[in-house]
Design a binder for this molecule. Structure first.
Ligand SMILES: [Zn+2]
Length: 474
């Protein structure tokens, strides 16, 4: 569907980078053409003409803007983004070579303010936070694959002392570096929860579908059928207010630990978002749940299935379709639960096989086509986790069947990006209306504006908005 000039002009005023490439803005008074996201002064509407491509803009006698480089974008080149991605890859490979965030700024060649803006935009993060996570990730690799001592590892990855390493590791991973190393010889482990962790919300997340065939929660005992790289396994959790006991029936406890940290959302900065919400005068949004996290899906593929299946249907019906797909393609385990399907099993289906399960023809097509992209290696789901958010978003938006809602949902629920909003989500807009006491439900532009104040924590803001009109769990 072709956008109207008014729609395109509104995107230009908003500087909306999501529309880059979908049209180009020609400014007749200056003789240049731009991307919608261009930071140059906004042209007046009467001086603007819109073009579908750089070629058509040039054919009208316009020149490419030197600020936003529309031709580079159209060619798929994005030199600024690429330089940030290269820098981040360096930080992640050798974090010890950067003493602190200032060292990253110096290496980048950008000014500090500009670099912070670029990190926020492309990684939903700050240089300091990205550096800390890089240190912890490399430390985890060394703990699980080498016999190096803890002091040595702390130094290898750039921590100034063993105690800082110990504290940061424990905070992000729920256990000490020594306990993490012990996962090589054990199938069970304990993850410590931060003070005030809202267990009721975790119980709610783990029992969203009360008829689920992959997981079961009774009281504080959770049983989940999961699929690790070695195959199906049963994850058993015992919840309590200060710690979670975990046990995996088969496979690697390191993998199981990563899965549990994701389910608990333990490495998210819940405190920082709650402080921001209070500072903005909307403490009501986080009341009784300041430590709320986004429970991550057990795998990225699981998130992909859910984000396609959940489109434009109500939640109970989406659960029903998901269950039927899992019963059809998953692995039945002795305890009666099904381990989720592999991409290859779903890829082997024909769309006509999903119609009797009440999938629409289009949903069946999308689910199977996407599974085929993954199974054939054209779409690398694990690689999405380490891409910049911008690259991950572009990669996912290029897939037929994944629109802005699905892509943002997937990025926040399965890839751990901190600053996403599933635009078009009616639960988000009705909560925003209630929170800000608006006369009417905000449209997409108003939603964008209202949500912008929560950057770079818009994923957590979304999660709190989803809970706003629900009863507080016990
Ligand atoms: Zn421009």
């Amino acid at each position: 569907m072709r956008m109207t000039d008014a729609t395109m002009y509104a995107r230009v005023l908003a500087g909306d980078s999501a529309y880059n490439g979908r049209f180009f803005t020609g400014v007749l008074t200056t003789g240049i053409y731009c991307l919608p996201s261009c930071k140059a002064r906004k042209p007046r509407p009467e001086n603007v003409r819109f073009f579908p491509s750089c070629e058509t803009a040039r054919a009208s006698g316009l020149r490419a803007c030197k600020k936003c480089h529309p031709d580079d974008f159209a060619l798929g080149a994005d030199p600024v983004l690429e330089s940030i991605e290269t820098l981040v890859a360096e930080v992640r490979t050798a974090p010890a070579t950067f003493s602190d965030a200032r060292a990253i700024v110096r290496r980048s060649g950008f000014g500090q303010t500009r670099l912070f803006e670029l990190f926020r935009q492309h990684y939903h993060s700050t240089p300091a936070d990205l550096l800390l996570r890089a240190r912890l990730d490399v430390a985890k690799q060394q703990l699980s694959t080498t016999g190096a001592g803890l002091t040595e590892i702390a130094g290898n990855v750039g921590f100034e002392s063993l105690s800082v390493f110990h504290d940061q590791f424990r905070q992000h991973n729920g256990l000490t570096p020594a306990a993490y190393r012990d996962l090589a010889r054990s199938r069970s482990f304990e993850v410590t929860l931060p003070t005030g962790y809202p267990l009721g919300y975790l119980r709610r997340a783990l029992s969203r579908d009360i008829h689920s065939v992959t997981e079961r929660l009774s009281g504080d005992d959770y049983l989940g059928a999961v699929r690790l790289s070695t195959g199906p396994a049963v994850l058993r959790l015992k919840l309590s207010s200060d710690a979670v006991q975990a046990e995996i029936s088969a496979g690697s406890a390191f993998e199981a630990h990563a899965l549990v940290i994701g389910l608990l959302g333990l490495d998210q900065d819940a405190g920082a978002f709650s402080r921001l919400a209070k500072k903005l005068g909307v403490g009501r949004l986080v009341a009784e749940r300041t430590e709320l996290r986004i429970s991550q899906t057990p795998s990225v593929f699981d998130g992909v299935l859910w984000s396609i299946i959940g489109q434009q249907i109500n939640f109970p019906f989406a659960c029903l379709l998901k269950r039927r797909l899992v019963e059809r393609t998953g692995t039945l385990l002795p305890n009666g639960l099904y381990a989720p399907p592999t991409p290859a099993t779903v890829a082997a289906l024909e769309p006509s096989e999903l119609l009797p399960l009440q999938f629409s023809r289009q949903k069946a097509d999308y689910v199977i086509a996407t599974a085929r992209l993954v199974a054939s290696g054209q779409l690398d789901l694990q690689a999405l986790r380490t891409m910049s958010a911008t690259r991950a978003e572009r990669t996912l938006l290029a897939i037929r069947g994944l629109g802005p809602w699905s892509v943002n949902y997937l990025m926040m629920r399965s890839l751990g990006f901190a600053d996403c909003v599933p635009y078009g989500d009616t639960s988000v807009t009705s909560s925003l209306q209630a929170l800000f006491k608006l006369d009417e439900r905000p449209d997409i532009d108003a939603t964008r504006r209202l949500m912008s104040v929560f950057s770079p924590y818009r994923s957590l803001a979304t999660t709190h908005l989803w809970q706003l009109n629900q009863p507080i769990p016990v």
